[in-house]
Design a protein around this ligand. Sequence first.
Ligand code: ZN
Length: 640
Amino acid sequence: MRNLFISYQEKNDTLAFAADELASHLNAAAGDFHAVCLSDAAAPEGSGDFSILLRTDCNMGEAAQNDAYAISITQSGGDICGVNSRSVLLGVYAYLRKLGFRFLLPGHTYIPADLTAGQLSCQLEKTASFFHRGVCIEGADSLENVLSFIDWLPKLGYNSFFLQFREPYIFLERWYSHTMNPSLKKEALTEEFLADCYRQMEDAISLRSLAYHAVGHGWTCEAVGFPSVGWVRAQKSCPPSVRPLLAKVGGTRDFIDGIPLNTNLCYTNPVVTDRFCDTVLSYIEEHPGVDYLHIWLADEVNHICECEACQKLSFTDQYVHLLNELDRRMTEKNIDCHLVFLLYQELLYPPVTETLRNPERFTLMFAPISRTFRSSYPKETETVPLPPYRLNQMELPTTLAENLSYLREWQKQFHGDSFVYDYPLGRAHYGDFGYVGVSRVISGDIAQLHSLGLNGYISCQELRAFLPNGLPNYIMGHLLFDESQNFEDLVTEYFDAAYGGEHAAFARSCLTELSALSDCDYFNGKGERKNERAKKNYSQMQEKLQQMSAALTKDSRLTETLPPIHRFFLKLLDYHFGYVIHLSKALLSLADGDKTLADRQFREFHSYICGHEQDFQPYLDVYRITEVSTKYTGFSLDQK
Ligand SMILES: [Zn+2]
């Protein structure tokens, strides 16, 4: 048995982690060698031994602003070199993929068998196609869900993770309280437990040298002394001392529907500017690990201050003024954290008089939240004229052409760093029962990023979006790193590794068919509920599902002869068929106009997934599918 010594050139937690990852993965597959991690670069010499060195001193030329690695390994060893330590880790996972490893889901990796030393050779040099490649936390998540997702990210080529809010409390709270799953008992959350969760998440991001994005919404309430725990009503009413700081809407200054997070401030009031900036600066001092701090305003359209002073300046000008002031104070204190500003709702309109004075500080984030998911960003769209802005009467753009026209207007005056923040796996995916369709839309979107002048993509999404499988995130990560990869090849690679042999063809044909009969937009509440086309499709889906499910159940090989990884994915597929049989039945009644029957069938679906949540917890977010179905699709859980 030959020894393969793995060492790294400098003392660095990410390189040490990369070396451990390489050794443990190789040992899980090794036939005639054994990998050993060394803590320094000097490998002991033995007969037939060889070594791989991890290093960060490679010169990848001008493109080195993006993550990049060079792998040069022959039968007598070699090195994996990155332009930074994160790139070395990405290089390690890319090397493992070359050897046949497939990172199919968090915690579920396809491992090739009996790898020999003779098969370890690899020459590969890659530079990431885009700078920003990440995921933002949503849904209801346990600590383990978050940690295993962070662990998965670099395996697919991602480099960023976004923990929303001051702390990602709301996402943990939803899970541990089992919101919308009455069959599970609420678990108590202590301050100590929560603090430990946040620390472990930050440590996991830091260990992998991922770019750490933070906050976003919430500054507006924190600045006036209300905690930004989520989209919830304030525990107490707004005190008289705070009222003058809030936006004046319809003659009154108060929280919108009692919800501080949705309430804008009176941004031309200098006291508001001071309190806003102080809140941000003290956050940065407490969170030195944050790389990209998101500065967003209230999360509600058409509640902008109508006071005399605010009416003189457009909303976006008020925003840019605030950002400039923040930048000035950060520069004074020598703080180099990046600030991310958001284009959505009223802020889609570019500023009229103000400009960002220090563009290097800022990253533009374009969030087309109201877009369709039936198709990708188009190759070429005409620029449509923006409708004139009318205070507190804005209608959100729905077409991609409209959304992109706002972006183009902004790009005329901001030429700095940017990315798109998009939602195919936050809501839309629940409408696609095969995940092949939504994966194709993601792939088409990524193909247009360069032509849209955007330098990456952050996916705002449920972390448990894995029913029937993890194809959408797999496609997204690999294409964001290397956009030249072919969509169909990636799908083949995924299905072969997940389902194996002829089951791959079976799973692919079933899921492709289910995608073709699905409708993300209908599920997300777009269009009339009584709908002939949807009715026809869901009815056809019902028939096909019976055949698919029967074919899978009849297959006796599922129980014993298959490797565990394939058995796992087929078991998940079997559960998925049951899930879709229940849900498409309710959708069929809804599209047929029988709301009472639809609601009864939806309640049956809901108790089915609630009863199974513990068995399939990492793959289906019961909270979120229930919320989307009742808030957007049109189902109700109430017994009449
Ligand atoms: Zn005002």
